[in-house]
Write a protein that binds this ligand. Sequence first.
Ligand code: SF4
Length: 360
Amino acid sequence: MRLGLPRALTYYDYYPFWAGFFYKLGIQLHTSPQTNRTIMEDGLKKAPDETCLPVKILVGHLLALQDQDVDGIFLPRLVSMEKNTYLCPKILGLPESVLYAIPREVKVYTVDINWRKGKGLVLKNLYQFGEEIQRTKRQIREAFVEAQRWQKAYQRMRNGGWSFEESMECFEVLAEPVKLEKLGFIGNLPFTEDMDLQIKEKKSNPKIALVGHSYLAYENYANLNLLQHLKKKAEVKVVENVPSGFIEEKHGELPKKMFWSHAKKIYGAGAKYVESQEIDGLIYLSCFGCGTDSMTNDMLARKAREQQKPYLVLTLDEHTGEAGLITRIEAFLDMLERRKAHESYISPYGKRLDRYSNIT
Ligand code: SF4
């Protein structure tokens, strides 16, 4: 059996989980190609205007999978990946909200993953899915254990500073537990709770943190190669480099807990970076029309002002042009360098406008 998985949205966070799960079940998981012009244009044509860019891209990938040799499309509904937090309603609405883009003759397999009521409910739903793909409860249980191991291995790689591409290569290309074990990422080793913020190379370059949704930050076609452009001139840290312990710590400082899991992660990582002496500035990669971004972005902007940390917001949609993006990045990085060179000078701009500022 060969199932198609769209390379969009939750692929960027949970692909290793599904790769491990289907590997153990002996089912091939085939991902759609990297986003390209055709995928993007097809998604924009078919998806409703009012939805966000990542969902439009997902629709493009579903259309691309129809040309591939697969027995069906796998599109899980991720409701809650940890207790008391939920994925965005646009993700909860999958797969029903995008079924119109898939011809009736293509079989769509789905399963609800909802940790709200604990592991029992997750397994129950997986058993039901197992009946659909003719697998026993025992096989599903073993596959679930394997999936969790692969996902933890991925988290450990990212916390350890591996790039998204390096880590994904292990799961997409070397997707065999034995090879992962050789790399030392699967086993019973405890997770490191140390965050390696020390940036070792090219010490003179500015050090920045890029915070935003994984499915935009690593979606190179949609973000116009933002990470590559940044890495030419700066040392870059991302949300996934921050271990969950720090995210919980920063989240715990809020008067009210955050409801949305992506927002929680982005806020926690961003708040940690804002306070870090190692980081010269933050870039928030926001998605036009995203409800959770409008809140998280504002909270982080206030925190950055408190700490006098330079902060840039880049808002992406399907109309964003590469030249404008590069100009803004370059201006931001130039400002960081100037600020470093004149460390004792802090502009009085905003002194009276900003009640959160510490400037006296
Ligand atoms: S969190 Fe924002 S960007 Fe992500 S799916 Fe929801 S609306 Fe779209």
